[in-house]
Design a protein around this ligand. Structure first.
Ligand SMILES: O=C(O)CCC(=O)C(=O)O
Length: 265
């Protein structure tokens, strides 16, 4: 259940890695069923914007989530590898389903996540789990390898284009987007990426759905500061930092995080 030294080095050098591991078929089937349930339960929300989908009720960001995603976030296949990257003290702080329907799946503009997240020191490893096969054709995750190096934030511009999932995108001459590579995955595979890595994905113009879920982990040596950013739609959809629940999945909290706020009422 561990990253090889080569995989770990790849993560540090390139800012992402696709581990040699995959979920079992039964698990993938359970996730596909959960995708169907949350899409049916959230008819008003674009399926690329199902934020905090691991919370098994109507969450404070207006989404009805499902426990299948919480279970996935606790799966040792993923957690053991994230622990190698972030260390033994691990907090689950977010989880978003990005499901691009056939023919009209939205674009995720190239961006760095850290612009959106009130975590200090800024640190997160995202596990992006393919629930469907994810290819260049149906809008797989794309990254600029090495763009995380130096932990630098590049300039972003704002766009209110409705076909974008997020409303900020990298707009910096220092970024060479021609270096972008596709991360193609079969259902059940996952990638891990660093909070500073530039990434995004193209629209889905194919006839095949592309569902993937991003699970966000931070080391418990960082703190999620609920007052740093206002609750609101600054990213293009409602994000509520005030009551976003945190789970300490492994180890000890070392930064004064709270683990009661936002848990079931
Ligand atoms: O699923 C996608 O296409 C984008 C995912 C993403 O931006 C993220 O995980 O931060």
């Amino acid at each position: 259940m561990r990253l090889s030294q080569f995989e770990l080095d790849t993560y540090h050098q390139r800012g992402y890695v696709v581990p040699d591991a995959r979920l079992e078929k039964e698990q993938i089937d359970r996730l596909k069923e959960a995708v169907a349930r949350v899409i049916a339960a959230n008819p008003e929300t674009r399926p690329e914007r199902l934020v905090s989908v691991h919370i098994n009720r109507r969450n404070d960001e207006g989404v009805h989530g499902d426990s299948a995603f919480f279970e996935l976030a606790n799966h040792s296949l993923i957690l053991d590898r994230v622990e190698q990257i972030l260390g033994p003290d691990l907090i689950l702080w977010g989880c978003q389903l990005f499901c691009k329907p056939p023919d009209d799946g939205m674009e995720v503009p190239m961006h760095q996540d850290g612009h959106y997240w009130p975590i200090r020191p800024l640190a997160t490893c995202t596990a992006w789990v393919a629930i469907d096969d994810s290819t260049a054709e149906n809008g797989c995750l794309r990254v600029v390898p090495g763009s995380h190096r130096g932990q630098r934030h590049f300039e972003h511009a704002r766009s209110d284009r409705e076909e974008f999932v997020l409303n900020r995108y990298v707009n910096d001459p220092a970024v060479d987007e021609s270096l972008t590579v596709d991360i193609e995955l079969e259902a059940g595979q996952f990638s891990l990426h660093d909070v500073y890595l530039i990434h995004g994905s193209n629209p889905n113009t194919s006839g095949k759905r592309r569902a993937g879920v991003s699970i966000r982990y931070m080391p418990a040596t960082s703190r999620l500061n609920r007052n740093l950013f206002e609750t609101g739609t600054g990213s293009g959809y409602l994000v509520n930092w005030q009551t976003r629940p945190l789970w300490l999945l492994r180890g000890v909290d070392r930064a004064g995080n709270d683990f009661e706020v936002g848990h079931s009422r």
